[in-house]
Structures are given as C-alpha cells and as structure tokens.
Design a protein around this ligand. Structure first.
Ligand code: CA
Length: 94
C-alpha cells in the first residue's frame, strides 16, 4: 500500500504526463499545456487570464529557454510551490 507521500509523488509525475502528452513533444509541456495544467490542477485560471499571465509564468519556468517545460523545470516549479505552502502553513501557526 502506498503511503500518502508515495501517492503524492505518483500524482506529481502522473499530472505532468497527463498534460505533456496532449500536443507536440510528449515529454515536455508547451505553453498551452502548462496553462491547462495550472488552470485545472492548481486553480490558477483567473491569474492566467490576465494579460501576460501565462507568458510570465512560462518565462520564469523555462530555464533553458526552449519554449517548453521539461520534467526538470516542472519539478523546480513544484519545489517553489511546495516552499510557499510551507511558508503559508508556518505563518498560519503563528
Ligand atoms: Ca525548457
């Protein structure tokens, strides 16, 4: 039986591939795939509607500037999100 952390890790990997396989390179996220992922999985639809919202996110995540988000770039994104969640919960405890 998977522990919650193991399940979380599977979800992180599965979620990437759920979107990366939609168009173009199946192992990377295009801008459209990234937009769909953050909208559907992170509830950031409203933020992404703002002019330049998705472009800014794409620019900040695309470290090697190839206009695609590969798995490594995706994990850096999740790592940053994870740290902000941690900060949030630490603030809550104060
Ligand atoms: Ca890239």
């Amino acid at each position: 039986m998977d522990t919650p952390l193991e399940k979380a890790l599977s979800t992180l990997v599965f979620t990437f591939h759920k979107y990366s396989g939609r168009e173009g390179n199946k192992l990377t996220l295009s801008k459209r795939e990234l937009k769909e992922l953050v909208k559907e999985e992170l509830g950031l639809g409203e933020k992404m509607k703002k002019p330049g919202g998705i472009d800014e996110l794409m620019k900040s995540l695309d470290r090697n500037c190839d206009q695609e988000i590969d798995f490594k770039e995706y994990t850096a994104f999740l790592s940053a999100l994870c740290m902000s969640y941690n900060d949030f919960f630490q603030e809550e405890e104060k």
